[in-house]
Design a protein around this ligand. Structure first.
Ligand SMILES: Nc1ncnc2c1ncn2[C@@H]1O[C@H](COP(=O)(O)OP(=O)(O)OP(=O)(O)O)[C@@H](O)[C@H]1O
Ligand SMILES: [Mg+2]
Length: 368
């Protein structure tokens, strides 16, 4: 127990329900949620106010009693867990919550040291670690300041340092960058990313900050107490990482890329299946995620193969750019998966990316 290796699941939520209140005022907040988070993953949790994000986070942190369903953290079932076992789980977690709760009478340094004292780290060992972490978070000249002399964003960073200083296996953070400017916010999530990559620390973070979404491995959306579309988002990420490798999309910002990927539909074709028919109206653009296609054109009444395309290549742009009907037929020559973009989104990407536009124009020129 409390052991995990890479790719092992560290958080397993299974059919989790949660209610607040009792009797007549009892109302359900979480509805039948299931979710698995692996070692070293950086997961962002988004969703409207009141959708249950903090509730889920506090349940995972064993700060709240699991009422119904199953919730395993670091291999421990939290439902009906004993107090000593729950304390043991919590020791492995770094909490960064919305209200920073710093002790006013203590300096930034002392506030952070509370966390290392709690786990019994010798002070000679903790001192350089605390100084290093606070400096890393941009507080080098504020290490011995008391909270009343710190700005909201600085206090927030002290609270972040306090949540991270003991080298937790899991970090649960509730809007940790909300009070921070763009650069400080990015510094914090970069630190999270580093902890995940270097130490296999698992990060679950509530955020509404769409400037930092590119740091996440997964983005989970919660609406009305239900985790939405995790699988769809996973697919978006897959598409994103595919597109990132394609020179066609090389100058798109992570945000535009994510937006583009979330608008692409995945379609599977079996061998011999027609994907595009010559003469049809062209309303879509295709990227080959995996497989091969053959491009044929009817010339003098006979079909003639004019090209073959494979993984990472694309087709369909000619009709879209020129507003013409399809000038060729495209058939899957093996089981093929395509990412498909509709016309409106295609136009938006054209507007957003110079390299996309020029590469496509070149291709149109070469292919016609
Ligand atoms: N201690 C509580 N007692 C009763 N109801 C609660 C309690 N905490 C939260 N709720 C209710 O549960 C629902 C989910 O709250 P939660 O704090 O999990 O939402 P959230 O997604 O974190 O929202 P926000 O983005 O505003 O922080 C809300 O309707 C809220 O009013
Ligand atoms: Mg909340």
């Amino acid at each position: 127990m409390l052991n995990t290796s890479e790719h092992e699941s560290v958080i397993q939520v299974c059919h989790l329900n949660h209610w607040y209140g009792s009797g007549e005022t009892r109302s359900q907040t979480l509805f039948d949620n299931s979710l698995e988070i692996c070692c070293g993953e950086v997961v962002f949790l988004t969703g409207p106010s009141g959708s249950g994000k903090t509730t889920l986070l506090t349940l995972i942190g064993s700060l709240r009693t699991v009422q119904d369903g199953s919730l395993k953290v670091l291999g421990e079932e939290l439902r009906e867990i004993s107090q000593p076992a729950a304390i043991n789980v919590r020791k492995n977690i770094g909490f960064i919550f919305q209200a920073h709760n710093l002790f006013e009478s203590m300096s930034a340094f002392q506030n952070v040291r509370m966390a290392t004292d709690l786990i019994g780290m010798p002070r000679a060992e903790s001192r350089p670690k605390i100084e290093h972490l606070l400096s890393r978070l941009g507080l080098a000249d504020r290490i011995y300041a008391k909270p009343r002399f710190l700005s909201g964003g600085q206090k927030q960073r002290v609270a972040i340092a306090r949540g991270l200083i003991h080298g937790p296996r899991i970090v649960l953070a509730d809007e940790p960058t909300a009070a921070l400017d763009e650069q400080s916010g990015r510094d914090v999530v970069s630190l999270f990313r580093e902890m995940a990559d270097r130490d296999g620390c698992t990060i679950v973070m509530v955020t509404h900050d769409n400037r930092i979404l590119d740091v996440a491995d997964r983005i989970i959306n919660m609406v009305g107490g239900i985790i939405k579309n995790d699988s769809v988002l996973r697919q978006t990420e897959n598409i994103c990482s595919f597109l990132r490798k394609t020179s066609l999309f090389s100058d798109l910002t992570p945000r535009t890329l994510t937006d583009l990927a979330s608008n692409m539909e995945t379609r599977e074709y079996s061998t011999g299946e027609k994907i595009v028919t010559q003469g049809d109206e062209g309303r879509e653009f295709f990227m080959i995620a995996q497989g091969r296609v053959e491009i044929t054109r009817i010339r003098e009444g006979r079909p003639e193969t004019i090209n073959q395309l494979g993984t990472g290549e694309y087709f369909g742009e000619v009709a879209l750019l020129k507003g013409q009907r399809r000038n060729a037929t495209v058939i899957a020559s093996e089981p093929t998966t395509c990412y498909v973009l509709d016309y409106d989104k295609f136009r938006q990407v054209l507007d957003a990316s110079d390299s996309f536009t020029s590469e496509l124009r070149k291709a149109v020129f070469e292919r016609v």
